[in-house]
Write a protein that binds this ligand. Structure first.
Ligand code: C5P
Length: 239
């Protein structure tokens, strides 16, 4: 993978014009764009189709979490939209993840397109051990993250979303082939915003992340193209 292919830009805006404007502006620098709940709920699935038609690879970040049959059908719909990656909550359980993986593979085969990569959210990075306890989970954070990452791998998922502080552990325990996508990444020149435990792009990649997700330091920059270029250069300097 080239450094350009490792950077995912979060399209955290709520109109089609702004989202597609960013894709047009950045597509020479960036290959993958993340569409999350806000943009998807504001604009509907056509935003995914239009971004794909504009040449973007899409990470559909809707974190499916429902009964297996419902997530299976959502996986088919995401595959039909032609996304490159989509995600589910590992807390939905093994059966839910297996059904999503099987359905996406079957649908991609039927349509003769590449199967989307399916990754799992383990524990949201907004949660700490105290909030885990409140929902009845008494394991420490590392144990819980690792348990859910293993469950995802055993269910044939392709990887996980992981905070910078978890990347090294997951890479060590789950091997080189397992995809790790890491948000909470900040170049030294950018503000942390509300991200608490940040790492630089170089640190995240050196620790074992395959892809990093960056939103505000690029989309709110006075010149998003230059900001994206600087981050790609920083990834390029990783070992
Ligand atoms: O602007 P910023 O770089 O903080 O955006 C990070 C993106 O990654 C946002 O879309 C956010 O929702 C997402 N994300 C995250 N932490 C997670 C999962 C997703 O910041 N654990």
């Amino acid at each position: 993978m080239t450094p350009k292919e490792r950077l995912i830009v979060a399209l955290d805006v709520n109109t089609k014009e702004r989202a597609l404007g960013l894709v047009e502006k950045l597509k020479a620098e960036i290959k993958i764009f993340k569409i999350g709940s806000e943009l998807f709920t504001s604009c509907g699935p056509s935003i995914v189709e239009e971004a794909v038609n504009a040449g973007a690879k899409i990470f559909l970040d809707l974190k499916f979490h429902d009964i297996p049959n419902t997530v299976r059908k959502a996986a088919i719909a995401a595959t039909r939209l032609g996304v490159f990656i989509f995600n589910v909550h590992a807390l939905g359980g093994s059966d839910m993840m297996k059904r999503a993986a099987e359905a996406a593979a079957d649908e991609a085969r039927r349509l003769k397109i590449a199967k989307p990569k399916i990754i799992a959210v383990t524990v949201l990075t907004s949660m700490d051990e105290n909030s885990l306890k409140k929902i009845g989970i008494n394991d420490n954070m590392e144990k819980q993250v690792l348990k859910l990452a293993k469950l995802a791998k055993d269910a044939s998922l392709d990887g996980v979303v992981a905070s910078p502080s978890e990347v090294r552990l997951i890479r060590r325990e789950l091997g080189e082939e397992f995809i790790i996508v890491t948000p909470g990444v900040r170049p030294e020149w950018a503000a942390a915003n509300d991200q608490k435990r940040v790492m630089t792009p170089k640190e995240a990649i050196d620790n074992g992340a395959d892809f990093i997700v960056v939103g505000r330091p690029i989309i709110e920059a006075s010149n998003p193209v230059i900001a994206a270029r600087k981050i790609v250069e920083e990834i390029n300097g990783s070992t």
